[in-house]
Design a binder for this molecule. Structure first.
Ligand code: ADP
Ligand code: MG
Length: 254
């Protein structure tokens, strides 16, 4: 490939030969990953494997030293900043929930919608019908319909994670990146989160979810990629990956 052309691919997300180093330390080392439109992929791997850095690369927070990162067939993400990448329809949920605690659940979702923030501050701003409908649908998906008027600060940790996923959904992204959503959740919340992500994926969203909880990953029932030292160690079904000797050695057996 010449430096000037961008690869054309049928995949929604295509990473090939990606390298990132921090002060000489190779955090991402020849990473290649292909995600089809409509797919959900689980990413596992030990701490420091590069899972979060991979999300930083996709969202433009970190620029690779080398390699291709292509979205939706033709868009070279390495040339775009974080705002532009978000505008393409790539939404990200960080590990820690960052909802507006002193606002209601409904207002948190409204704030997340792509509306003109200057107009919203005035007396004349009204929620449009389309926005109301969108918020209703998101509230149903994240199981918070009855909590719409409660303050976000009163939610459980698990519910805050769902609200934040809802804030991403309000923006109608094509690709959702979700980093360790079930950390700190109860078993029931963990199970409900698997159901929730499966619903979101059935609704035609492509999803990348990083998680250590193997019960949760198994419940997702999707293709799994195990990262180690910044590269793909194994890829396949949860059974294939969890039986892989190297995966057991560096991750599951620990
Ligand atoms: P994971 O999410 O799989 O636990 P990370 O992507 O957070 O791993 O980190 C991969 C490696 O890169 C780790 O060794 C981490 O310390 C290092 N790293 C990540 N971000 C930075 C940074 N901004 N500066 C220096 N080192 C970093
Ligand atoms: Mg991480």
């Amino acid at each position: 490939m010449s430096m000037l052309e961008t690869r054309t691919t049928s995949a929604l997300l295509y990473l090939d030969g990606v390298h990132v180093s921090f002060d000489g330390f190779h955090a991402i080392n020849n990473l290649s990953l292909t995600l089809e439109a409509g797919e959900m992929r689980a990413i596992i791997g030990p701490n420091g494997a590069g899972k979060t850095t991979m999300m930083d690369i996709i969202t433009g927070k970190t620029k690779p030293d080398k390699g291709e990162v292509v979205f939706d067939g033709t868009t070279d993400l390495t040339k775009l900043d974080e705002t532009k990448i978000a505008e393409l329809g790539i939404g990200r949920k960080f590990q820690k929930p960052t909802v507006f605690e002193s606002q209601t659940i409904g207002d948190n979702l409204l704030l997340a919608l792509n509306v003109d923030h200057r107009v919203r501050g005035t007396l004349f701003w009204r929620e449009t019908r389309a926005e109301t409908d969108r918020i209703e649908r998101v509230l149903e998906t994240i199981r918070l319909t009855d909590a719409r008027d409660r303050l976000a600060g009163s939610l459980s940790h698990g519910q805050k994670q769902w609200l934040e996923i809802g804030m991403l959904l309000a923006q109608d992204p094509k690709l959702l990146l979700v980093d360790e959503p079930v950390a700190g959740m109860t078993d029931v919340e963990t199970h409900q989160t698997a159901e929730l992500l499966k619903e979101i994926n059935r609704d035609n969203k492509t999803v990348v979810v990083v998680e250590h909880d193997m019960t949760f990953v198994r419940e997702l029932g999707v293709k799994v990629t195990c990262l180690h030292e910044g590269t793909v160690l194994a890829e396949g079904t949860i059974d294939q990956v969890s039986e892989n000797e190297r995966v057991v050695e560096v991750y599951l057996g620990r």
